[in-house]
Design a protein around this ligand. Structure first.
Ligand SMILES: O=C1C[C@@H](O)[C@H](O)[C@@H](O)C1=O
Ligand SMILES: [Co+2]
Length: 300
């Protein structure tokens, strides 16, 4: 069986949906044209993308781009399940119309990821037993809704949320049905949190159906922890960058994925200030780095 890895790029490097002032002047068409020019064949969805599937398809088709997936903020721990399900169905149907196979889900109940002044490391939420139960039962319900369309949910562990650490990922994986809840593997969030990405990859490879590649600038990430910055301040300061520009060695990660025949999207997703780090230039840098490690992996 061969590898069917597809390389995509996230629009967050052009305009940051969490902080729209970052990249406010970068247009939708510039963003997708530059992704295609850098050699990517897929994209995730940003706030500037048209929401009409026919309109969006046309913009993407002529640039050779597909939709890899799009983020869904769930509030399973804080909102009635029926409300979350209704929002999820709308999101699922849009992604289904766009031909995506996986739906990124991240629990935002009690999350501090969007709070500008909340210290990231000191005040991340920790779910109690009741919240875990509500959360995991709800996720399985979303997984069932995704399956109605032949799709899967891929859970995004994330800094400043209830699922950030290895222990929390372990708890999520052990308390959900693998047929209903898959995992998104995001290198940047794992390393920022102090986790070992290879450990997570090896342990949960069978459940990983979507990958985000982002790198970490070691000194900036350490300063964010020391100075008790928020997640958003960390992003503004440049904690994240593209693969090949930071502290993570992606070669063993990529080798593991290819050796085990990972089939799906790897999306380069590196939010930083585009006025400081030009989005096209960095997308290209990441693409060249990934091609290089893929090539080296083949001759070994
Ligand atoms: O997948 C992601 C989506 C973003 O909105 C988020 O904040 C980012 O860090 C991420 O990994
Ligand atoms: Co991500």
């Amino acid at each position: 069986m061969g590898n069917q890895i597809k390389l995509g790029c996230a629009p967050i490097a052009w305009t940051n949906d969490d902080m729209p002032e970052l990249g406010r002047n970068n247009s939708f068409e510039q963003c997708i044209s530059e992704m295609a020019l850098a050699g990517y064949t897929g994209t995730e969805i940003g706030n500037k993308y048209p929401r009409d599937p026919e309109v969006l398809k046309h913009y993407l088709d002529i640039r050779g781009l597909e939709v890899a997936s799009a983020w869904f903020s769930s509030f399973l721990t804080t909102q009635p399940l029926e409300e979350v399900k209704a929002d999820f169905i709308e999101h699922r149907d849009f992604l289904y119309a766009m031909g995506a196979e996986v739906i990124v889900v991240s629990e935002q109940g009690s999350s501090i990821q969007g709070q500008v002044d909340t210290p990231l490391f000191a005040e991340k939420p920790v779910f109690n037993e009741k919240e875990w139960k509500r959360f995991t039962d709800g996720l399985e319900a979303l997984g069932e809704l995704a399956a109605e369309k032949g799709m899967s949910i891929v859970y995004h562990h994330h800094m400043g949320t209830g699922v950030q650490t290895t222990e929390e990922i372990d708890q999520l994986m052990s308390s959900t049905d693998p047929d209903k809840v898959s995992l998104l593997f995001d290198t940047g969030h794992l390393v920022f949190s102090g986790e070992d990405p290879l450990e997570i990859l090896e342990k949960y490879f069978d459940r990983i159906k979507h990958v985000h590649f982002k790198d970490i600038r070691r000194n900036i990430a350490a300063a964010v922890r020391r100075e008790q910055d928020s997640f958003l301040t960390g992003v503004k300061k440049g904690a994240f960058t593209v693969p090949g520009d930071g502290m993570i060695d992606f070669a063993p990660i990529m080798n593991y994925l290819t050796r085990h025949h990972y089939s799906g999207w790897i999306v380069v997703e590196a939010e930083q200030d585009p006025d400081v780090c030009n989005a096209f230039e960095y997308a290209l840098k990441a693409k060249r780095y990934i091609d290089e490690i893929l090539q080296k992996g083949k001759v070994r």
